[in-house]
Design a protein around this ligand. Structure first.
Ligand code: NAD
Length: 480
């Protein structure tokens, strides 16, 4: 079995302990490679390398930092097909999706921040000619970047790229469940001779190497994307150390559909926002609220179209939903379907695991599932399932829709479908979420603030927000 390695100080190396853990291919349900079971000794090595590299990287001309990142982006783009295949094998997502979304977006993340830093402004405040203030923005230092398994290289580069562009040195950790493309990225870094120690990638468990990154005193900021419970654990360690923190956490996102919407566009996009990437996107809409006068029409058409979605092996061209990322996650999703039944939910379609044939017979697959008849205030409608499971429910008024939509502890994104302009603006202002998509879903401009309210997170990523996070502002006041 292939053994992945850590990337520290510009070199691909084994973990200090010599220990490895299994990495699974979810489409066949079997281990297919080994990843370093890194610990605090590896973190120490990476932090030392990053500290050593920081003076030259942080003072390097922005144009030169940018060139290194563009070089990495170019090579990644050249190897897109190889990376897309690896991502699908590692995560279980359809190959067409890795090829059209995950890897191209990773390339865009690198390019976006490599060029963004060249235009990053700082402020000046003139005090009526008596004094002038200007703000210097210096890189924070050595930072930790920790990412989840659902969009592996896409989210890994989303945090690493602004950190590097800002002049920080990085100690990073991809999810132990999907480590492959971050490992391959480290091979590209080694191939182009990316400056030593600037970008370090460690593999292993969150509870071990992840928490060693969070608690290391030389790591000045933590950028984390993952579950809300993990975010809480990280904050409890990092906050008393006064580290800067950006936490992008879970969601339980509402989709609010009015009868005056563009029906066909809504239907097509709502199928995507429900089941893309097996429903394993923090931005998926999992609670669908439909205006009462069209509820039955919606239900019948949505269920019929959901039934037609093909669940299959990730490398099969016809596959719309691939494999669920891991056995524990597969079991968690099925257990939530049981909870929904106990809570009185009616399964309109799906609800079961799918048994594939041949080499995929041990893989983890679940039918796209639509449930109705549940009250707003039940576990199925309040807790994040993070799989191909949605509930549908009718509403009568705008006020009721807003109350349902905002009725969870999460606040990542909300989707609104209406052609009514006044209602659009009125309701957009009332959603308690960091993002509101009107008549669309997952339409991303990388300059916009990205993140959630309430238990969906602290801080924002994207555009200047990310570059501000990885820099420390210092105001200089000069009396004239
Ligand atoms: P997770 O919290 O289990 O793990 C995320 C990362 O944190 C992994 O790399 C893991 O190894 C690491 N980790 C775990 N415990 C740690 C600890 N104590 N200290 C440091 N690191 C630790 O999340 P997951 O299961 O990989 O991802 C799914 C979750 O991520 C869902 O809740 C989803 O909503 C959320 N998510 C949020 C966003 C967003 O932008 N808000 C995007 C994608 C996923």
């Amino acid at each position: 079995m292939e053994k992945l390695q850590n990337y520290i100080d510009g070199v691909l190396i084994a973990p200090k302990s010599g220990k490895y853990i299994d990495n699974y291919n979810p489409s066949i349900g079997k281990a297919y490679s080994l990843i370093p079971d890194s610990d605090e000794e590896d973190v120490q090595l990476a932090v030392e390398a990053a500290n050593k590299a920081f003076p030259s990287w942080s003072t390097m001309r922005k144009e030169d930092r940018s060139k290194w990142m563009m070089k990495l982006a170019d090579l990644l783009e050249e190897r897109l097909e190889q990376f897309a295949l690896a991502e699908s094998i590692d995560n279980g997502k359809p190959l067409w999706l890795s090829r059209s979304v995950d890897i191209p977006r990773a390339v865009s993340n690198l390019r976006f921040f490599a060029t963004g830093i060249l235009h990053f402004p700082s402020e000046a405040h003139n005090m009526d000619g008596h004094a002038i203030n200007y703000t210097l923005r210096d890189p924070v230092g050595v930072v930790g970047c920790i990412s989840p398994w659902n969009l592996p290289l896409y989210l890994f580069t989303w945090k690493v790229a602004p950190a590097l562009a800002a002049g920080c040195c990085v100690v990073s950790k991809p999810s132990e469940i999907t480590p492959m493309t971050a490992y391959m990225l480290s091979q590209l870094c080694a191939e182009i001779g990316f400056p030593k120690g600037v970008f370090n990638i460690l593999h292993g468990l969150g509870s071990k190497v992840g928490s060693a990154i969070v608690s290391h005193p030389d790591i000045k900021a933590i950028s984390f994307t993952g579950g809300t419970a993990t975010g809480k654990a990280i904050a409890s360690v990092a906050a008393p150390m006064f580290k800067k923190m950006s936490l992008e956490l879970g969601g339980k996102n509402p989709v609010v559909i009015f009868s005056d919407c563009n029906w066909d566009k809504m239907m097509k996009t709502t199928l995507d926002s429900s089941f893309s990437n097996q429903g394993e996107i923090c931005l998926c809409g999992s609670r669908i609220m439909v205006e009462k006068n069209v509820y039955e029409k919606f239900r019948d058409e949505f269920v019929q179209k959901t039934k037609a979605l093909v669940v299959g092996p990730p490398l099969d061209e016809k596959t719309k939903l691939g494999a669920i990322v891991s056995k524990p996650h597969f079991e968690k999703i099925l257990s939530y379907i049981e909870i929904a039944k106990q809570e009185g939910g009616k399964i309109l379609c799906g609800g079961k695991a799918v048994k594939m044939s041949g080499e995929h017979s041990e893989g983890w697959y679940i039918e796209p599932t639509v449930i109705e008849g549940l009250p707003q205030n039940c576990r199925t409608n309040k807790e994040e399932i993070f799989g191909p499971v949605v509930t549908i429910m009718p509403f009568e008024t705008e006020e009721e829709a807003i109350e349902f939509a905002n009725g969870t502890e999460y606040g990542l994104t909300s989707m609104l479908w209406t052609e009514n302009l006044t209602r659009t603006h009125k309701m957009a202002a009332q959603f308690k979420s960091g993002i509101v998509w009107v008549n669309c879903w997952l339409l991303r401009d990388l300059r916009t603030p990205f993140g959630g309210m309430k238990n969906s997170g602290v801080g924002r990523e994207g555009g200047w927000e990310a570059l501000r996070f990885f820099t420390e502002p210092k105001n200089v006041c000069v009396k004239l």
